[in-house]
Every structure is written in C-alpha cells, then in structure tokens.
Design a protein around this ligand. Structure first.
Ligand code: PMV
Length: 325
C-alpha cells in the first residue's frame, strides 16, 4: 500500500428503546471500548482488494468498474457497498487496498458491520481529501447499510461515529450526548448469534397484526427512554436498573426475548443486580445488567454459571478516530 490511513470505530450496546427506535421513538445507545480497525490505501490498480483475516477473507478482489449490488461474501458486503456509494457519489475510480481487524467477535452483536462501514467511509474521505459534514457521512453510511439490510434505525452507526452515550432518533434526526461517566454494567454474551433484520421484520409483522397494542407498548418504551436519560445523568443506578427491567418486559411482550436470555437476566437479578435486560434486537446476542461495584464479581459468576460468557468492556467509549501513515 502506498500512503494509507488507519481508522478505528467502536462497537455499541443498546441500553434502552430497541425496536421502538425503528418507528421513530428515541433510544439510548452507548459505545463500547472494543473497536473495529480499517486500514485503507490506494493500490495503483483498478480494483478493490479486501483482507479481513479474522473473517476468513483473503485477497477478495473486485474491479472498481464492476461495483454493483450483486451477491458477494457477507463479510465484504458492508465494505464494498460503502465504497460503492462513496465512489458513485464522487465519480471516483482508483483501486484500493482495505484491511480490517476487530477487537471483538462479530457474534456478540456489537455492531461490527456498522463500525466497519463508518471506518471505511472516514478512510475514503481522508484518502481523497473530501470534506464531509458528520451528518453527510452518517447519511452515506446509513444508505449503504439500508441497501444491504433493508431495515434499521442507524443507531449503531451513530455510536460508531460519535461514540459516548447517545439519546438517538432514527436516521440521526436527534443525536444528543448524555453526560454519563463509568456506567456500572456487566455485559454477557448469550452464546447465540441473533439475526437483527429477521427480528425487526418479526416486530413489523406483529405491528401489522396488532397496531394498537404495539403502539401502546412503544409509547411505554418512550417514557422509559426519557426517564432513563435523566436518571443516567443523576447516576441513580438503582432506578436505572428498574427501568431496564421494564424495558425487558416490553421486549418480552414484543416476542423478541428468549428463554436463554431470560435465564441470564434472572441469574443476574438473583445475584443482586438492580436490573437486567437483553440488548439489541433479541433472539440472542448479549444482555446487560447494572449493579453495585461490590456485587460485580458475584453477578459475573452467576451469569457464567447460567451459561453466559462475560465480555469485559468499558461503556461510554470514544467514537471514530484516525491516523495517517
Ligand atoms: O441487534 P442489534 O444490537 O443490532 O440491535 C437492533 C436494534 C433494533 O432497534 C431492533 C434495530 C435498529 O436498527 O434500531
């Protein structure tokens, strides 16, 4: 690679308001300190070359003139689609070499696809010296993600780009940093990888069949999100925990929770956590519990005994960062 740029972007964890956020209600998302890294540079050729060894991708090649939305390995999809959108917008042609690495397994549901999309587009803006407003950059990435998944609020892109803990509305219509420090939470992987678009479609189907019921549930969710926003700032962790439990009950009503996740929540609560909930679309991925520092180890043990895998992460971490080589 000639001159190259290295960009990193954080994964995320949904704290409050999942699913409702797809229908324009607010949510709260926090960035985690596990990151995705993208190194990009021109290769003097007419093709895009992608290496993502952790995902089993070695020297994936595509001619720049042949970018299109046809089938490609899933893992490369987000990178190639982001590059395609950027190249089409600015009429670009140069070949690229892109390498990615990640601190975390893509099974955790930490949003590696969104983080890689954000990092790729930032790398392109730096390489080409194209100045984009953050919202423009977000919009381009959001379009790329919608192209692939068809559904989604873009909350994971917002966490990857801006970091911190964000009060968020779909399409980055609202992005407000919530002033929190060290969130005292334990994160645990359920052992099952969830498919977010499938669960989003499942809730859409429920909403189609029972519009009034789902509207009521989403409105309850909105109240929880607004209360959580206040309580997080005031560090009223016990009350935050109560809201997490309420949020979990709503997700159960929406039919996206699983017995395995509920077993983990129960284990955390029985070990003394103030609250516990699944995080994200449901169906698997991770759950999160809030507890006093003194009980953290006990809760981690209980979760492990209940079949979960503790993921040691710091929350409220910084957004995308880059450095030129
Ligand atoms: O499964 P995750 O962690 O990607 O979270 C999905 C959250 C949803 O609200 C269900 C979907 C979305 O795009 O907001």
């Amino acid at each position: 690679m000639l001159q190259s740029i290295k960009v990193s972007a954080p994964g995320k964890l949904m704290l409050f308001g999942e699913h409702a956020v797809v229908y324009n209600y607010p949510c709260i998302v926090t960035a985690v300190d596990q990151r995705v890294y993208v190194e990009a540079g021109f290769n003097g050729k007419d093709e895009l070359v992608v290496n993502a060894p952790q995902l089993g991708i070695r020297d994936y090649k595509r001619k720049v003139s042949q970018f299109c939305d046809q089938e490609m390995p899933k893992q490369v999809n987000f990178i190639e689609t982001a590059v395609r959108h950027f190249y089409q917008k600015y009429g670009l042609k140069k070949g690229l070499e892109i390498k990615t690495e990640s601190d975390f397994s893509h099974s955790y549901g930490f949003g590696s696809s969104s983080a890689v999309t954000i990092a790729t587009v930032i790398a392109l803006t730096r390489l080409y010296g194209i100045k984009l407003m953050e919202k423009e950059l977000f919009d381009l990435c959001y379009q790329a993600v919608l192209d692939i998944q068809g559904v989604g609020s873009g909350f994971d892109l917002a966490a990857a780009l801006w970091g911190g803990t964000i009060f968020y509305k779909k399409g980055a219509e609202t992005v407000e940093q919530i002033k929190v420090k060290n969130l005292p939470m334990v994160v645990c992987y359920s052992g099952v990888k969830a498919d977010t678009p499938t669960l989003v479609r499942q809730v859409a189907e429920l909403k189609r069949k029972h519009p009034r019921k789902v509207k009521r549930v989403f409105e309850q969710m909105e109240v929880i999100v607004w209360q959580a926003r206040e309580l997080l700032v005031e560090k009223k962790w016990r009350e935050v925990g109560g809201l997490m439990n309420e949020n979990q009950m709503i997700l159960e009503e929406l039919g996206v929770s699983t017995l395995r996740l509920e077993r983990l929540n129960k284990a955390a609560l029985e070990a003394g956590a103030w609250g516990a909930k699944l995080s994200g679309a449901g169906g698997g991925d991770s759950m999160v519990a809030i507890c006093s520092a003194g009980l953290k180890q006990k809760i981690e043990k209980a979760l492990t005994r209940a079949g979960g895998k503790i993921i040691t992460v710091k929350l409220n971490s910084e957004g995308a960062r880059w450095k030129e080589n």
